[in-house]
Structures are given as C-alpha cells and as structure tokens.
Design a protein around this ligand. Structure first.
Ligand SMILES: [Zn+2]
Length: 428
C-alpha cells in the first residue's frame, strides 16, 4: 500500500529479535519504517490505536487446503484467504491435492491469479511431488520453480517408492524447493479411521497404529540423512515421531517439523462422541503423544505450528464412519495455541512457531516485525476470551474441532503489506 499508517501505543512482540515493548509502529508504503516514538501522524496517515493490543508479525500457516480448483463447495481461494485473515494469517502454503492436482505451472498460475484477486493474504502454492499425486512420475520441479513454487508435497499420499522419493528429494533440494512430507505407512494404516488403541477397541472401529506414522518418519529422516537433503515433516502427532526428529536434529540431519493445534489440545478420547469433525489424518492420539508433541514444541524439536486446515461440508461430515478426514483451523489456530500452550511456553515462543520459524523453513521474507520488513502484522488482544461459533467463522465449512469452546486471545486487525485485510468490528 502506498501511504502511511501509524499503530500507536501497542505492545510489539518480535520473537526474531527478542523485542517486547509498548511502543509505536510506523508503516510507509507497505513496509515497517520506524519502531519507537517521536514520529507524528499527518493528515494522510491512517492511525490505529493499539491500546490493549499486541502486535506480532503476521502468522504463517505452512499447511492449508484451499480446495480450489475442484471442491469449491468446501472452500475456495477467496473464502480460505478470508478465514486466514480472520485468524491473523498473512502468508499460507496451500496443498496440491486440488482437482486437478497442482502439479504444473498452469495449475500454479491459476492459484496465484485467484489469490491475487482475494483479500490480500500471501498464498504460496505447494506443488505435487508426483503427477496426480500418484507416486509414479515426478512433476517438473524446474518448471514449477520457475512458476514461483517454493515447496513440494504429496500430502496425504506419501511417495511410497523409495527410488522415486530419493530422486525427488535430491532434485527438490537442488532447486531450493522445500519438501513437505506427510509421513504415513499406508500398508500399516490401511482401513483405519481413528488411532489404534483403547478408543478404537471400545468403539469397534479399525485403527491406524502410531507405528504407521513413526515408520514413515524414520524412512524420510533416513533418506534425508543419507542424501544430505533438507526435509520437513508435516503434522507430527506421535511420541515416536517426536523422538525420531529430536534424535535426527541432534545428529545434524536437515529436518524440520510442524504440528497442529488439535494434536496438543486433544486426545483420542474426543472420538467417543462419534463426531466426525474430530476425525483427521493423522488421528488424535493418546495423552503420551499429546504431551510428547508439547515437549517437542518446547525444546524446538517441532519448529512450526500449522493448521492442516481441511474444509469439508456438513453433509460430508454427517456420518461418523464415512466422513472424509480433516478439520478447519485457520481462524482458531492462534487462540487455541495460546490457550493450550501458555502453561508450557512463553507467548513469544508460541508466536515464533507461527512466524519466524516457518518463515525460515520456507525462506520467506516474512515473520519479522522489524524496520525494513514487509508490514505483515497481526494485532490481537491476549486477554479476550471468546467462544468459537462455527457459524460465525469466515470460511465456507464448519468442521471445527474447537466449536463451542472458550479460547483466549482474539485477532482484531490483520495487516498485509500495509493494507488492513481484516478488522474485527467489536469494542475491546
Ligand atoms: Zn497430511
């Protein structure tokens, strides 16, 4: 945006520089140009009174399903971007399991064009590792890179063939494309609907064992270690995977990882009500897994908090057994993270998992609230207690696991490149 904006009397938190102070932020032509005092607003300056608010770098969600093209009854790029903005997210990575698959420059350009016409959230398409996510023929990484792709993933359909995965890993690394790995041994998880364990036994439902995730995490880490390539492990949900990643990092393997709020907020006991909104892949696991994930976030084994925002229609989610996997989460990710992690981590460390850490993994010029940085900023009230009402959310779907729950911390403004892309009309 051209012009000036002043955010006054706001508590600025920038984990990247360990800055935490009540001050003023000046934005000029879409960039942060001053932090401190002594600058005046002129008549053309947009002024936001930041009293009682905190300012952090705009959140980065590195795992989102926007559903367009192909499944716009669930979500589309415009509605998904609106949901992101309402959750304080200014950058997101969208997964390639669209219809058709995002596996060509044309498909990437389609998403970029739609995103450019949406509310202003920066959308980074992840392209498929293999054509049609079939695990057979590798996509043209060179052409995808030229089209602006920063990451590749066969999310949901891990590349089972080691030879294809290895070649793709080496080429992705060479091209500077981050490989995002959904780790699941499909032979072990086949037919499973929820975590395999006590709850699946009680309900008499086939389960997915934790080993299905762990064994594939081990395979991917081993391959990253032997090739020397960088990999990123998606939505970590098990104690075993946390342990594998921790040990790999200690050995110097170039591995990073993310988890999602539902994995540190809930356990498989949520499934007892047989509500399909609580079914996702990987599934909610046990207490031991939940606390291992929290421990992983605390000690830096898990770098980022993403959402795996996966919209499905109420009709699809109506039947517990036949419903597709997935939950939405962009509008609740910060509040849920704050609510469930605040007794374990500082606010700054929680914010780091949603800003500078994913920015570093993806190589984005984002995630910093510093002079010279793009003015991607979220303003939130950390004391605001609110109840999640799915019907009030901005995306198209309603499959929210935090529905009906009270969360702490609410986004009031989302600013991207100096433009206000979301503003909550409510007194604070
Ligand atoms: Zn996945």
């Amino acid at each position: 945006m051209l012009g000036k904006m002043l955010i006054s009397n706001v508590r600025v938190i920038d984990p990247a520089s360990a800055f935490d102070s009540v001050t003023n932020l000046l934005i000029t032509d879409g960039k942060i140009t001053a932090i401190g005092s002594g600058f005046e607003a002129d008549k053309d300056t947009t002024v936001i009174d930041g009293t009682n608010l905190m300012a952090a770098p705009g959140f980065i969600d590195m795992h989102v399903h926007l559903r367009e093209p192909g499944q716009t009854e669930k979500e589309d790029i415009a509605s998904g971007c609106m949901a992101a903005a309402a959750g304080g997210i200014t950058s997101l990575v969208c997964m390639p399991n669209t219809k058709p698959t995002t596996d060509s420059p044309e498909a990437v350009n389609f998403i970029k064009e739609k995103a450019a016409a949406a509310c202003g959230v920066k959308v980074y398409p992840a392209a498929a590792i293999t054509k049609n996510l079939a695990g057979e023929v590798q996509s043209d990484f060179c052409a995808l890179k030229a089209a602006g792709v920063i990451a590749v993933s066969d999310d949901g359909n891990p590349v089972a063939d080691d030879r294809i995965l290895r070649k793709a890993m080496i080429q992705a690394d060479k091209q500077g494309l981050k490989m995002l790995c959904h780790c699941e041994n499909k032979v072990l998880s086949s037919g499973g609907l929820i975590n395999e364990g006590k709850i699946s036994e009680v309900l008499g439902i086939p389960g997915m064992p934790a080993e299905a995730e762990d064994s594939d995490t081990a395979r991917v880490i081993e391959m990253a270690e032997s090739t020397g390539c960088a990999v990123h492990i998606c939505h970590v949900s098990t104690r075993g995977s946390v342990k594998l990643i921790r040990e790999a990092k200690k050995r110097g393997v170039k591995v990073t990882a993310e988890t999602a709020p539902h994995y540190f907020a809930f356990t498989e006991s949520k499934l007892l009500k047989e509500d399909a909104d609580f079914r996702m892949n990987p599934p909610l696991r046990t207490y031991k897994d939940r606390f291992a994930v929290i421990e992983g976030l605390c000690d830096g084994t898990i770098d980022a908090i993403a959402t795996d925002h996966a919209p499905h229609t109420p009709e699809e989610k109506a039947d517990f057994l036949s419903a597709p996997n997935g939950v939405i989460g962009m509008e609740t990710s910060f509040a849920a993270s704050f609510m469930y992690l605040k007794e374990f981590m500082t606010l700054s460390d929680i914010i780091a998992c949603m800003t500078v850490k994913p920015a570093n993994i993806l190589g984005l010029d984002a995630g910093r609230l510093q002079v010279g940085a793009p003015a991607d900023i979220v303003l939130f009230n950390p004391r605001d207690v609110w109840t999640v009402k799915p019907e009030e959310l901005h995306g198209k779907s309603r499959n929210a696991v935090f529905k009906g729950q009270k969360l702490i911390g609410r986004v009031y403004y989302t600013i991207c490149d100096g433009n206000i892309i979301f503003e909550r009309k409510k007194s604070r």
